[in-house]
Design a protein around this ligand. Structure first.
Ligand code: ZN
Ligand code: ZN
Length: 419
């Protein structure tokens, strides 16, 4: 590993533990990390984890543990396991996560996945597999939805992913090229990444403050293929960048993050919306989605690719057919500017205005963390086992804020904020 790479990796680890997780002395940390037979244990990824673990202990962490996951084992299962066995799930892994999270400890997820892993597999089995995951993961996703712990999702370069992104580069250069891109979009290559992050977070804070003061009753989104009105619940809250755990620790759930987001009113979305980037979901890509809404509910949904998985996903539960999030991202964000499609929703959603099918975050409604599921729905929130973000923004999208008297004000023009 060359000197410059090693230095950037060190800075990345620093941003992850200090800005992302904001680890506190006395906390425990659980890390979920990728490994695979074809990739080998990615050497740089292992190095990154060692740096993170070292820094975590130096910050006073009581215990740090890593759960390695080999995604190719999933492919082997799809190709060989009995077809009626996909409702099985290794629940103990989720129990371990729950154990760590319920006491307010920290959780780090490192993504490094092959976008084409399940490309050839039966969509029905993919849906079964996802359903089992959502079912068993519910206790953990409930904790996440109310910020019971500080958690962060980051990405790491692995061979299969880099091969997909840079097929035209010589094979030995691809992994490093993807690391370079990750460092760039995560502000690691700036002079002082911590300072850069703090000023970026301040900018997101300002945008939220502006929109929270405006307290629009709704949003109107217009672009080719999209004409959508999303009403917002009365006490909606715009959030972005920093979040706070139930016991007061500030953290950043996603690195990178460029979005500010809030919650649509469950029953008040009308019109048509089209996706502008492929959605990597459950090991396959869903592309060219068009959804039509009436009274908040999807009444028509199609996808040019991955349609079967989309249809099955919408049937997971009632809430899967309603929206849980609307997020605004300027078209000029560093990820969008890179011009690269990452085939990774964590990154791609931060390149674009997006909406999410399924569960809304309770923190998106004032006092929501303390609401029961029923109270949350009465306040306009949506509950579901799923929360799937998909990208609808572009350099052609206009967004207006709708005021209580139905007059409108511009929020974004051609994909950029106007305030
Ligand atoms: Zn989002
Ligand atoms: Zn989301």
């Amino acid at each position: 590993m060359n000197y410059e790479f090693e230095k950037n990796l060190e800075k990345y680890a620093e941003v992850i533990v200090k800005v992302g997780l904001n680890l506190q002395s006395g906390q425990k940390l659980l890390i979920g990390a990728p490994t695979s037979y074809n990739d080998g244990v990615p050497l740089e990824c292992a190095r990154l984890i060692h740096l993170i673990v070292k820094k975590a202990y130096q910050l006073g962490c009581k215990l740090v543990d890593v759960m390695w996951g080999d995604e190719e084992l999933r492919l082997i299962r799809f190709q060989n396991a009995p077809k009626d066995s996909f409702n099985e799930y290794p629940k103990w892994k989720l129990d371990a996560e729950y154990e760590i999270c319920k006491d307010g400890n920290a959780n780090l997820f490192i993504l490094g996945t092959n976008p084409d892993l399940l490309k050839e597999e039966d969509p029905k089995l993919i849906s079964e597999f996802q359903k089992a995951y959502y079912k068993y993961n519910k206790p953990v996703s409930d904790l996440i939805a109310k910020n019971a712990m500080n958690w962060t999702v980051i990405s790491a370069s692995v061979k299969s992913w880099a091969n997909k992104l840079f097929p035209n580069l010589p094979p030995e250069e691809r992994i490093m090229e993807l690391w370079k891109r990750i460092f760039d979009i995560c502000r690691i290559t700036t002079n002082d990444p911590i300072v850069a992050w703090n000023s970026h977070l301040g900018l997101l804070r300002n945008r939220c403050d502006y929109l929270n003061k405006k307290s629009y009753s709704g949003l109107k989104l217009v672009a080719p293929g999209t004409d959508l009105v999303i009403d917002l619940p009365k006490n909606h809250v715009w959030q972005g960048g920093t979040e706070v755990t139930l016991n007061g620790i500030k953290f950043i759930p996603n690195i990178p993050t460029e979005e500010i987001f809030t919650i649509p009113h469950r029953e008040k979305t009308e019109g048509v919306v089209s996706s502008t980037k492929p959605l990597f979901y459950g090991g396959i890509l869903i592309e060219g989605m068009t959804l039509e809404f009436s009274k908040g509910r999807i009444i028509e949904a199609t996808a040019k690719k991955g349609n079967k998985v989309l249809q099955d996903t919408l049937k997971i539960d009632e809430g899967a057919q309603y929206l849980g999030e609307i997020a605004l991202v300027p078209h000029s964000s560093p990820i969008s500017k890179s011009g690269l499609l990452f085939y990774n929703t964590l990154i791609d959603e931060n390149a674009s205005i997006h909406i999410a099918l399924g569960r809304g975050y309770k923190t998106s409604i004032k006092g929501g963390e303390k609401m029961s599921e029923k109270e949350f729905q009465q306040a306009g929130g949506n509950s579901s086992l799923i929360h799937i973000d998909f990208m609808i923004g572009s350099g052609e999208m206009n967004v207006d804020g709708i005021l209580n008297d139905n007059s409108i004000e511009p929020i974004m023009r051609k994909g950029e904020f106007v305030f």
